[in-house]
Design a protein around this ligand. Structure first.
Ligand code: NAD
Length: 270
């Protein structure tokens, strides 16, 4: 069992889409860093309960809560529950996301809308509730130098176009300017807003891209650092971004991608 550290002590984090993959690792990481954690999930209660159990066994506090982040009434209910349970919310990790891939010519309006609703509107709805709570509660200098922290889970595809995934790429491009515009607007209130843009991280969302040796070999051609990422690569960065150690980082996208955004196709002269 890992001991609880004090990096995020006295703070409460909501991590969306935290029953698997990156979100689960972030929830556990923040819990072990001393934060109270709301482990949001959409369908997989078992994964969310596992994260809660790991945090509680280490002596921390966590609660699993089912919410579809694209539904405003449900998002409001999650924040209400978090405030009633833990007193306030200090950190939001806007992580929930999904893919519904299809060639552009075949993509249905439903699949376009569904991905935008979860990946982009979901981040808008959660961020708005978080900002309202940060403002209601006011500064607590004993726990953090900022009024609150919002971390948006983006992707290298906020930058790299992605054929066959236009709904996903458009949603992450939207997250980029949602984050930057929020950072511009909310900075004067001392609310820190940043994005983390993962490259290829081993999770259920991209299992096909890494689960066989052949697939992994193809994937590694896109990664100059020649390693597929682990969820801890992202959760470590998120915990740091949520802490005062990164207090002067604001409005930034941190690419955590082993160099995927370095145009590796040009390595041998293009
Ligand atoms: P994942 O499928 O394991 O996790 C996504 C989570 O979001 C799941 O737990 C899912 O239940 C949840 N979710 C989906 N719809 C939801 C909704 N309406 N409300 C609440 N939760 C919902 O995949 P992951 O790789 O851990 O993805 C997490 C985030 O990281 C996503 O935003 C994804 O776009 C981003 N990302 C992942 C990678 C990667 O390589 N794995 C790369 C770039 C970006």
């Amino acid at each position: 069992m890992q001991p609880i550290s004090s990096k995020l002590a006295g703070q409460t984090a909501i991590v969306t889409g935290a029953s698997s993959g990156i979100g689960k690792a972030c929830a556990i990481g923040m819990g072990l860093a001393g934060a109270n954690v709301v482990v949001n999930y959409a369908g997989n209660s078992q994964g969310a309960e596992e994260a809660v159990a790991i945090i509680q066994e280490a002596g921390g506090q966590a609660i699993a809560y089912k919410v579809d982040v694209s539904k405003q009434d449900q998002v409001k209910a999650m924040f209400k529950m978090a405030i009633e349970t833990f007193g306030t919310v200090d950190i939001l990790v806007n992580n929930a996301g999904l893919q519904k891939d299809a060639p552009f010519i075949d993509m249905s309006l439903e699949d376009w809308q569904f991905v935008l609703d979860v990946n982009l509107t979901g981040q808008f709805l959660c961020a708005q509730e978080a900002v309202r709570e940060f403002n209601r509660r006011g500064m607590r200098p004993e726990v953090s130098r900022s009024l609150g922290k919002i971390i948006c889970m983006s992707s290298v595809h906020e930058l790299i176009p992605w054929a066959g995934h236009v709904n996903y790429a458009a949603s992450k491009g939207g997250v980029m300017l949602l984050m930057r515009s929020l950072a511009q607007e909310l900075g004067p209130m001392k609310i820190r807003v940043n994005s983390v843009a993962p490259g290829a991280i081993k999770t259920p969302i991209n299992r096909m891209a890494w689960e066989t040796p052949e697939a992994e070999e193809r994937l590694l051609k896109l990664i100059p650092y020649k390693r597929v990422g682990e969820t801890s690569d992202i959760s470590n960065v998120c915990c740091w971004l949520a802490s005062d150690e990164s207090d002067y980082i604001h409005g930034a996208t941190l690419f955590v991608d082993g160099g995927m955004t370095l145009y590796p196709g040009f390595e041998d002269n293009g």
